[in-house]
Every structure is written in structure tokens, then in C-alpha cells.
Design a binder for this molecule. Structure first.
Ligand SMILES: Cc1ncc(COP(=O)(O)O)c(C=O)c1O
Length: 385
């Protein structure tokens, strides 16, 4: 048989899935592995989806998505962050941020273009750069300074082939929120070297210790930034598959070009539910965020009391403690913790080499289970440390 696509064949499967598969076969596992809210979608949003189905909204929408939804997203960005995008021409609805990321990279990159990716980072970033013909160039960040993305480190990675920087804040897996000053410095660097910025802001509403900065709102950002957002996390809508891209018109137009041939449109029913989410679910989001924050504080305190150093997770719903005092590498730690104490966490190195020595724990898990998980981790540490 002829060879299949070499880029795709060379891409390893996600390191997160492997742990899910093992944990799924075991009883009494507390899973801190999934990057997914444990809330169901707020009832009023589900009801809007039911209404849409009952009334036969089962067709395609326009390629760019329902105008009502695009208007709401742009109004929300303007009001919340001072980022101004035209709903008609600078905004499109995608099937999740996953598709948004893929579209943005395909539109920005020519074969061989380099994309700087600060790591540890979300597992899809590097594969998506490669699938789009690009070359990911890692820039290490470290927990000693809260996984800050230092413009000097990014500058040192810039070559003649660098086309873009891909950044996620608040971040998966670290929970780090980049301060506004760092993002401004990054923007200045992008201007100096004529780079694009792809900003994954899927966790924008999940910040606990400071305000989120939308990259699209920074001075000078507008022409070179693609902002990605969605409904999966803050609105607990992972299965509905709705996200969005806001970008300057010539980028947004080409994103719609790819989207219209490969996806056609995001699911109609889900777009109607997303309209309801933006119009009427603010109270639900606030309540869920407050609940994550409660769990975050209990869980991080518990980890620290066990002697694990844990950088303050300022956003998203992940803690990323250092497990160095166990003397184990991340893979061995996660495997043994799962088999010996039945707690599933994700080894930090699946998010990039700087993640080694850490594990990712999602605290989007019921509080009693988080407390039980801390006890089990304590029992495990007592056997290894
Ligand atoms: C940082 C980040 N970006 C994007 C996604 C994908 O989100 P969506 O469900 O909108 O495709 C995730 C999901 O875990 C994520 O953590």
C-alpha cells in the first residue's frame, strides 16, 4: 500500500487519552484527568436547545454562523474587554475552539512557517501547527515564575521563518494567567518582527485572582491577532461544539472560506443554545466560577499541606503541582498513583518537556472527591517519599 500522510502518521496520540482508557477499566477511580466541567449545561440553555429541536431548527445556518450569536459575541467582547470586532466580517462561529484553532493556523501558515509555542501547553497546539504545514518551536516556561511567557525568551526563538506565536491564557495545563504587561510586551515583539498572534482564550471567564486580558484589546493588536473563544468551559457546553473566531476581516474571511468547505457551519441547535447562554446564563456562569474557585482553594491548600509545591493556579480549572519531592518522573508518578491509590491525573510531560516533574489535576470535580483525592495522594506520597 502507498504511504499515508507522513505528518499525521508521525503525530503521536494524545497522552491524556491513554490514562482515560486505563482508568475506565478500573473501579473506584477518582478522576482528576478530564479537562471538562462536571456541571451539566445550565437548564435554561438546554431548554433553548430542546425548543430549537421542537421547532425544527435542524437546517444549516449561514457559514459564518447565526447573526444573532455573532452580534452577542462581539457585544460581549466589547463590553467585557474593550475589544471591538464587527459581527459581520470579523467574527465566525466554529465547532468549538478546536476547529477555530485549526482554521486560524491553516489560514496563517504556509508550509515550513514556524510558530512559537510557549510550553507546557494544551496538547492540540503542536499537532495543529504541524497539520497546517507549520513547524512548532517550543519556548520553555517554568513554575518558579508562574509559567510567565517572557518576551525575551520568545524573542530568542524568533527566526526568519517565524510567522506567529500561539498562546493560551488562562492556560491548560498550568492555570497560569499572563499579566497584561507581559502580553503588551509580547505584542510589541510581534510588531517588531511582523508576527501574528493566535490567542486561545477559551478559559477567559475562569479567572480567580485577577482580570483576564483579551489580546484583541491591546493597542496595536487588532491587525495581527486572532482571538479564539467558546462555550465549552465557562458555560459547561463541551458536547454542543460551539466556539468562535474574532479576527481582522481578511483573516476572518479566509477562515470562513476553509470552514464553508470543510464544516459548512456549526450545529444550528447548538448555536441557538449559545444565544441563550450569552443572553440569560450569566448568573449560572458566575455561580459555576465561584464553585470552581472554592474547590481550587481547598484542593491547592490540600496539595500544599502534603508538601507538594503548587504554583497558584489563577485561572482555568487545573492545578499543576510539582511532584519532584516524590523522586518519580511524571509518567511513573501518574501510573503508580492510578494503580496504587486509584486517582487519575495527567503526567505533566504530555504538555511539553517543561511539564515534566508535574502532574495536571483538574479540580472540576466534586469537593468531597477532591478531598478524598488529596487523602489518597497523601497515602501514595507516604509510600514513595
Ligand atoms: C486550552 C484549550 N483550548 C481549546 C480546547 C478545545 O475546546 P473546544 O471544546 O471548544 O473545542 C480545550 C479543551 O480542553 C482547551 O483546554
Amino acid at each position: 500500500m502507498r504511504e499515508l500522510n507522513g505528518v499525521i502518521a508521525a503525530c503521536p496520540p494524545s497522552g491524556i487519552r491513554r490514562f482515560f482508557d486505563i482508568a475506565a477499566e478500573m473501579d473506584d477511580v477518582i478522576s482528576l484527568g478530564v479537562g471538562e466541567p462536571d456541571f451539566v449545561t445550565p437548564w435554561r440553555v438546554r431548554e433553548a436547545g430542546i425548543y430549537a429541536l421542537e421547532h425544527g431548527y435542524t437546517t444549516y445556518t449561514s457559514n459564518a454562523g447565526l447573526p444573532a450569536l455573532r452580534r452577542l459575541i462581539c457585544a460581549d467582547l466589547a463590553q467585557r474587554y474593550g475589544a471591538h470586532y464587527a459581527w459581520d466580517g470579523e467574527c465566525l462561529i466554529t465547532t468549538g475552539v478546536s476547529e477555530g484553532l485549526d482554521l486560524a493556523l491553516r489560514v496563517l501558515l504556509n508550509p515550513g512557517d514556524e510558530v512559537i509555542v510557549p510550553e507546557p501547553c494544551y496538547v492540540a497546539y503542536e499537532p495543529c501547527v504541524r497539520f497546517a504545514g507549520g513547524i512548532p518551536v517550543r519556548v520553555a516556561t517554568s513554575w518558579e515564575d508562574d509559567f510567565a511567557v517572557h518576551p525575551a525568551a520568545v524573542a530568542a526563538a524568533v527566526t526568519a521563518r517565524t510567522k506567529a506565536v500561539l498562546i493560551g491564557s488562562p492556560a491548560n495545563p498550568t492555570g497560569a494567567v499572563q499579566p497584561r504587561a507581559s502580553l503588551e510586551a509580547l505584542m510589541a515583539l510581534a510588531e517588531e518582527h511582523d508576527l501574528y498572534l493566535v490567542s486561545d482564550e477559551i478559559y477567559d471567564r475562569l479567572t480567580y485572582t485577577g482580570a483576564h486580558t483579551c489580546l484583541g484589546a491591546l493597542p496595536g493588536a487588532r491587525e495581527r491577532t486572532v482571538v479564539l473563544g467558546g462555550f465549552s468551559k465557562a458555560h459547561a457546553m463541551t458536547g454542543w461544539r460551539v466556539g468562535w473566531i474574532c479576527a481582522p476581516a481578511r483573516i476572518a474571511e479566509l477562515c470562513v472560506r476553509v470552514h464553508q468547505y470543510t464544516m459548512l457551519c456549526a450545529p444550528h441547535v447548538s448555536q441557538i443554545a449559545a444565544v441563550e447562554a450569552l443572553e440569560h446564563a450569566e448568573g449560572d456562569v458566575t455561580a459555576m466560577v465561584a464553585d470552581y474557585d472554592r474547590r481550587r482553594r481547598v484542593f491547592v491548600k490540600g496539595l500544599r499541606e502534603l508538601g507538594l509545591e503548587c504554583p497558584e493556579p489563577a485561572g482555568a480549572f487545573y492545578a499543576f503541582p510539582s511532584i519532584r519531592r516524590s523522586g518519580l518522573d511524571s509518567q511513573t508518578f501518574a501510573e503508580r498513583l492510578l494503580h496504587e491509590q486509584r486517582v487519575a491525573v495527567v503526567p505533566g510531560d504530555v504538555f511539553g518537556p517543561s511539564g515534566d516533574g508535574h502532574v495536571r489535576c483538574s479540580y472540576a470535580t466534586a469537593l468531597p472527591l477532591l478531598e478524598e483525592a488529596v487523602e489518597r495522594i497523601g497515602r501514595f506520597l507516604a509510600t514513595v517519599a
